[in-house]
Ligand binder design. Structure first.
Ligand code: SF4
Length: 392
């Protein structure tokens, strides 16, 4: 009943029927956002019309309905109904083929209130029910303490809690570290804030997952994020991260393995922008450049995203390359390739009034031992997205 050309505001005004609605209602609203995509995903109105008029082009799957979108990875022109089917079926196949879960497992969904994790929560709860995965699902959110950003997005997660019937755990930086990001930014300014935030978030997610006693943590990282991370790791020469950033499951040697069911899913296909505020502290120009570069490549050749992931998967590391050795932090017990984990070093700096202590390359730092400088820089991947649309 909603017009395909609804503006964002018109769409937004329909959220009242989105949240308490049936799964069909939810699906319909996802589609409305899809209809706002620019080409090549959405077919140009004129293109679709002329093909219809000529009677020569129907959805290439059902061969009955008018196609409304062109899938970036296959270039198939398909109708809305078939898009729902193939989208969910593809995620199911990724889960099954990569054996992401075992029946009876407790699984936390990293939920930021952004589009990726919101769609992930919906799809995973649907597939769990439809295919009897036998999973106990939870939502896990991190409250970094960013006024006007995270407090708003957490409201979305709280609605998801009710909507999908999934228990929600919120873990805050203030509780874990004694600092909010607002307080940290007051001290360090806007230069290295994302270093603190990313390091703290990674550990906070693990701590939240431990609180929930889950077996796995799933995140909404999509194909665009992974391609972007491959590129960034090449640009930084970060071989350790490059070697693992394309894995669909990481951290199997750590406290909680993490999975990315959207590894092969294009961001354009999970666009659900009902929460679109950017972090007020987001200065990540370097990652932003990589993101724009990937988008430009995609415009020229939509398969570029999957090809970059494939290239990342096929990298082989020379046996002579020194890799970091995994241990545990002497202070908090978290995984670390150093005497102290990065979060403890950063926290020590904050608490001692030396906030730059853990930033950059160490010189006779608390960790003392400089022979692992390289290992430090390649310590466990943070993998946080550029936070304009942050989804852990
Ligand atoms: Fe944290 Fe992301 Fe904001 Fe940086 S941009 S402060 S990492 S939420």
């Amino acid at each position: 009943h909603l017009n395909q050309t609804s503006s964002f505001h018109a769409y937004h005004s329909e959220l009242g029927c989105f949240f308490p609605g049936s799964s069909n209602t939810r699906r319909r609203l996802v589609i409305i956002r899809l209809s706002e995509y620019p080409s090549p995903l959405m077919m140009e109105a004129g293109e679709a019309k002329s093909k219809k008029a000529g009677g020569s082009r129907l959805c290439c799957i059902c061969n009955k309905r008018r196609p409304v979108l062109k899938r970036p990875k296959t270039l198939q022109q398909i109708c809305r109904e078939c898009f729902y089917e193939v989208f969910e079926e593809e995620i199911h196949q990724v889960i099954v083929q990569n054996r992401l879960f075992n029946s009876g497992e407790r699984v936390a969904i990293g939920a930021s209130g952004g589009k990726d994790s919101t769609v992930l929560a919906y799809v995973l709860s649907e597939l769990n029910r439809r295919h009897n995965y036998g999973l106990d699902l939870f939502l896990l959110s991190i409250d970094e303490g960013i006024t006007g950003y995270r407090d708003d997005s957490l409201e979305t997660v709280k609605r998801n809690e009710v909507q999908y019937g999934l228990p929600l755990q919120i873990v805050s930086y203030k509780d874990l570290y004694g600092w909010t990001m607002d307080e940290i930014v007051k001290i360090i300014g806007l230069k290295n804030n994302c270093t603190f935030c990313g390091v703290f978030r990674r550990q906070a997610l693990d701590r939240g997952a431990t609180l929930l006693k889950v077996d796995k943590l799933v995140t909404g990282h999509n194909a665009d994020d992974i391609a972007e991370t491959v590129l960034l790791n090449i640009l930084r020469g970060d071989i350790a991260r490059l070697s693992r950033c394309t894995s669909i499951t990481t951290g199997e040697d750590g406290p909680i393995p993490r999975c990315k069911p959207f590894k092969y899913t294009y961001e354009k296909e999970i666009k659900l922008d009902y929460f679109s505020t950017e972090c007020i502290y987001s200065p990540n120009a370097y990652r932003g450049f990589a993101r724009e570069f990937i988008k430009d490549l995609e415009r020229l050749r939509p398969r570029a995203i999957l090809d970059i992931i494939k290239s990342g998967e096929d990298f082989r590391i020379s046996t002579t390359t020194k890799m970091p050795e995994q241990g545990t932090c002497e202070r908090c017990g978290y995984i670390s390739s150093q005497k102290w984990c990065k979060a403890c070093v950063l926290l020590e700096g904050l608490n001692r009034g030396l906030p730059k202590m853990g930033i950059g390359r160490p010189r006779g730092s608390v960790n003392g031992d400089n022979k692992h400088t390289k290992a430090r820089s390649t310590a466990k991947s943070i993998e946080s997205k550029q936070c304009g649309s942050l989804d852990f």
